[in-house]
Design a protein around this ligand. Structure first.
Ligand code: ZN
Length: 107
């Protein structure tokens, strides 16, 4: 007993934050021009230097900052420049990609 529960919780939080910060971006589809964006440009808040300094101070503040930056950024369509991108595996994204694929098929 004792403090073990606290340390396990701390470890789990750290792992979750790490997973959020390191996960790959989903492929996104534009609801406006239907372009598929595999690696869209993003308007990210904050700066890489702040992340670096926070990581120097401690892993936890650095990871929290990284996770915050990644979660608040807005992907921008490479084709039309609008921030109208949604994940392609979301229900609306699947619908759009199905429509655009069937439009391209010969009837
Ligand atoms: Zn677009």
């Amino acid at each position: 007993m004792g403090n073990h529960g606290g340390w396990i919780l701390f470890g789990v939080c750290l792992l979750v934050l790490f997973a959020v910060a390191m996960r790959d971006d989903p492929v996104r589809i534009c609801t406006r021009c239907h372009a598929v964006n595999k690696d869209p440009k993003t308007g990210m808040h904050g700066s890489g230097w702040v992340t670096f300094w926070l990581l120097c101070i401690g892993i936890l503040p650095g990871l929290v900052y990284m996770a915050w930056r990644r979660s608040t950024r807005t992907p921008i369509c490479q084709s039309c420049g609008q921030s109208t991108l949604i994940p392609i595996d979301s229900p609306a994204g699947v619908e759009i990609s199905r429509k655009t694929t069937s439009e391209r098929l010969p009837h």
